[in-house]
Design a protein around this ligand. Structure first.
Ligand SMILES: NC(=O)c1ccc[n+]([C@@H]2O[C@H](COP(=O)([O-])OP(=O)(O)OC[C@H]3O[C@@H](n4cnc5c(N)ncnc54)[C@H](OP(=O)(O)O)[C@@H]3O)[C@@H](O)[C@H]2O)c1
Length: 330
């Protein structure tokens, strides 16, 4: 099968299109003919050599796929060859075929294209897991989401407005993305390049602060995030784009009774990801199926243009998701 291979770790020049053996579905897995996958920030970190796949998962980049079932592994029932599915994968998305656990599969709704389906699992499930299942955002609370034009965070803005319409949604963005984030429904958008987001949050919430923060900046934002949290606030950290080591004000954490929670999706055990997928399928999929929620696709490129797709993400000019078309059913 064709696949994007890594010729060492480093810049975009290490991405090489090549041919390798098609994987086989083992117990509990299916083999998917990949029609589309998407580019996530983690792919770039993995390409650079700083995010190895969990043990047993494919070394090939790509954390989510959409396609058709090609073959069922031993012990799989309830699915058949040809079914249109999307799935999280621990790796292996940038390839003609990928294996996925049957209990991670989500049936693609009829009106949804493979390209749209390819940018749901990693982004919407991450946003749902961390803002709702872990962060526990509730009616009449407020949430701060950083970088609202990115894949995960544009999904998070949409989910917050759709699942908890009474919540106040505050979002940071670079100046050129502020207007589009407002159009997604954010109640307040802060230009993080020039404004002090902690001060803006305090002014907006009458000094109370927000109840939940979804953060992927890490060290650089730890202190301002804690300042922006309300009493009993929950800070869920899912990335370290701004560094991994910071000084923690434990006193402030105690006085405000804050919860600081780190979270990753990829490294969770199969059964845990299955439970998360099942809840996501029950709560969020109907909204994607009836198009209340529509994934934002910035660009769709061919797998051959993978370096261009990475360049786009690294430049940060995208709004929403960058999709790679792998095969075509036409
Ligand atoms: N832990 C997990 O399970 C998990 C799962 C998925 C993703 N993630 C992490 O989530 C993050 C987003 O991933 P993605 O694939 O959605 O990437 P992405 O599309 O490139 O989004 C990154 C966003 O970060 C924003 N940003 C950069 N610097 C910022 C700053 N100083 N303040 C506020 N926003 C800033 C960018 O906004 P502008 O373009 O407006 O500057 C961009 O919208 C990554 O760190 C990724 O590793 C974690």
């Amino acid at each position: 099968m064709k696949a994007v291979l890594l010729d060492g770790f480093g810049g975009r020049e290490v991405l090489k299109l090549g041919k390798i053996e098609t994987p086989s579905a083992v117990e509990g897995q299916v083999l998917i003919r990949v029609m589309a996958t998407s580019v996530n920030r983690a792919d770039i970190v993995q390409r650079e050599g700083n995010y190895p796949p969990p043990k047993g998962d494919s070394e090939i980049l790509g954390l989510e796929v959409a396609g058709t079932i090609e073959a069922l592994g031993p012990g799989v029932s309830g699915w058949k060859r040809g079914d249109r599915v999307m799935s999280l994968v621990g790796g292996g998305g940038y390839a003609g075929y990928a294996v996925a656990y049957a209990n991670h599969l989500i049936s693609i709704p009829e009106a949804m294209s493979f390209e749209q389906a390819a940018c749901i699992c990693e982004t919407y499930i991450t946003a749902y897991l961390n803002v709702f299942m872990i962060g526990g955002l509730k009616d009449h609370e407020s949430v701060l989401l950083h970088g609202g034009g990115g894949g995960v965070n544009s999904a998070a803005v949409q989910l917050c407005k759709s699942l908890v319409p009474t919540a106040k949604v505050v979002v940071t963005a670079s100046p050129q993305k502020v207007e589009r984030v407002k159009q997604l429904g954010a109640d307040l958008v802060i230009d993080y390049k020039v404004q002090d987001f902690a001060e803006e949050v305090k002014a907006y919430t009458d000094n109370k602060g927000v109840d939940v923060i979804l953060d992927h900046i890490g060290a650089k934002y730890l202190a301002p995030n804690m300042a922006a949290l309300a009493s009993k606030g929950r800070l869920v950290v899912i990335g370290v784009m701004g560094g991994a080591k910071a000084e923690l004000n434990i006193g402030l954490m105690m006085v405000k009774r804050l919860q600081l929670i780190g979270s990753v999706l990829r490294a969770r055990p199969v059964a845990e990801k299955a439970r998360i997928t099942a809840e996501f399928t029950k709560i969020v999929l109907p909204k994607l199926a009836d198009r209340t929620l529509v994934p934002l696709i910035h660009a769709t490129l061919s797998l051959d243009d993978v370096a261009k797709a990475h360049e786009m993400m690294e430049a940060g000019t995208h709004f929403g998701n960058i999709v790679l078309r792998v095969a075509s059913d036409k």
